[in-house]
Design a protein around this ligand. Structure first.
Ligand code: SF4
Length: 460
């Protein structure tokens, strides 16, 4: 039974005013009221405080005087503002993925249905201590004066983006257009994540992709005390070939750091260690050897990536077809020989998880804009790593800002504006191209090359 006095929506706004950058509940209510009106209900929308004052209910009073809950918002110190569906269920991103048409049918602005991202992925800089032959970012930097390189993110910028979302945030990814640990404030950033996790009494997973060569410096190894994925980008299992691909990198340093990470006595129980290997002609015949190397070291996962866009790099002409027979054969041998090693095959596309089910004839659905956002070194937000050409504005306002709400609306409607949201409109996740790249290369249809990163998939 709902209790408490009737309130004005303006009172509710005052109640949640201490929660910055969330949708105003009165706006959400107005959107909902419009839906009831459209459907011809003789109804009035009210707000009531719940027991203890921690929840604010939206209540529909029907013409006969009866009341029913339309949804509710939580206002408490941890999960400060979560808005729920009209049938009272807490709306999770998975709900929207499973039933986007249900969300659309409810009406109103889909942006209201989830108030905070579960993951924020940061590109924290541009500086790199290596010159890998297949890296287009290295090629770009060589052609630019240093003054035009992207800035290095500060810990304070990261904190400002994360803090409003602390209640629901599960993970943060730290990657870079160069090497994340070359960011002068990398240690401060790791410390900030640890402190924010401590503050909310639940650690934030810190997922990092690194070339691994700087892990031993300063206090970088403290990242091992926190949960999350630490992925070493290593493209060969022997020193000569490694140093011929990762120019400036020293095999001995990287392998020492990898071993140190795997065996670190204070490694967090949920700190997973893995390897990314980008495959192209120069290392094609070394894929199985990498499997043996990874399995022998006892790492948690090995991700095999396809070297894309190589014509724009020093490895021009070395790009392979995705289903190259030798690659397929070596991956199969890794699976058979090292069944305990978790293998993520992003290269051939044969083992990618199924795309989200088609929810309407002729279209698929991408749930990322309800679940996560990417933040670049300039502090602006983007829908994901393959959509950096879409600027969602300053990250602090992006989650509930107009561009992301409009993108969600268009994804739900099944028609994404190619002019405004080109990377999404042409994204294979929305069903235009084949994700495995056999019909057309998904990377070729993106406006700009995505960041070189891969989030490991785990079976669980
Ligand atoms: S680019 Fe693709 S994967 Fe990224 S948010 Fe847009 S539709 Fe989703």
């Amino acid at each position: 039974m709902l209790g408490g006095p009737l309130m004005q929506f303006s009172d509710v706004d005052n109640l949640v005013a201490t929660t910055p950058r969330v949708p105003r509940i009165s706006d959400a209510a107005a959107a909902m009221a419009a839906v009831f009106q459209q459907r011809g209900y003789d109804s009035q929308l009210l707000a009531r405080t719940g027991p203890g004052g921690t929840r604010t209910f939206l209540v529909v009073r029907l013409g006969d005087g009866s009341e029913t809950t339309a949804g509710w918002a939580v206002v408490d110190p941890v999960d400060r503002h979560v808005f729920t569906s009209p049938d009272g269920r807490l709306v999770q991103p998975a709900d929207l993925e499973a039933q986007p048409d249900w969300a659309a049918a409810i009406g109103g602005d889909p942006a209201w249905w989830i108030s905070s991202p579960r993951a924020i992925n940061f590109q924290i800089g541009d500086i790199c201590n290596m010159h890998c032959v297949m890296c287009w970012q290295d090629r770009r930097r060589k052609q630019q004066p240093r003054s035009q390189w992207l800035p290095e993110m500060t810990a304070e910028t990261l904190r400002a983006v994360i803090e409003p979302h602390l209640g629901s945030l599960h993970s943060v990814e730290l990657v870079s257009f160069g090497e994340p640990m070359a960011n002068p404030q990398f240690d401060e950033i790791v410390h900030t994540l640890g402190a924010l996790g401590h503050q909310r009494r639940r650690p934030i997973e810190a997922n990092i992709i690194t070339n691994g060569s700087l892990l031993h410096l300063r206090r970088h190894a403290r990242v091992l005390h926190q949960p999350g994925d630490l992925t070493f980008s290593i493209d060969a299992a022997d020193g000569d070939r490694y140093e011929a691909i990762r120019l400036g990198g020293r095999w001995d340093d990287v392998v020492r750091n990898l071993r140190m990470a795997v065996r670190h006595p204070q490694r967090h129980a949920a700190r997973r260690i893995g390897i990314n290997m980008t495959v192209f002609a120069a290392n094609l015949d070394g894929v199985f050897a990498m499997g043996a190397f990874a399995a022998g070291l006892g790492i948690d996962y090995l991700s095999i990536l396809h070297g894309d866009g190589l014509d724009a790099t020093a490895a021009s002409g070395q790009q392979l077809e995705r289903a190259h027979p030798s690659l397929v054969d070596q991956l199969d041998r890794i699976r058979r020989s090292f069944p305990w090693l978790h293998l993520n095959d992003y290269a051939t596309g044969r083992t990618l998880p199924a795309l989200p089910a088609r929810t309407q004839p002729g279209r698929s659905f991408c749930g990322l804009p309800w679940r996560q956002m990417d933040v670049g070194p300039d502090g602006h937000a983007h829908p994901c790593c393959r959509a950096y050409s879409i600027d969602l504005g300053p990250a602090a306002e992006a989650w509930t800002g107009e561009p992301l709400r409009e993108l969600r609306r268009q994804i739900l409607a099944g028609a994404v504006d190619d002019q405004r949201f080109g990377a999404c409109a042409r994204c294979p996740n929305l069903g235009i191209a084949d994700r495995a790249g056999s019909a057309s290369d998904p990377l070729a249809v993106a406006d700009a090359p995505p960041a070189r990163r891969v989030i490991p998939l785990r079976a669980s």
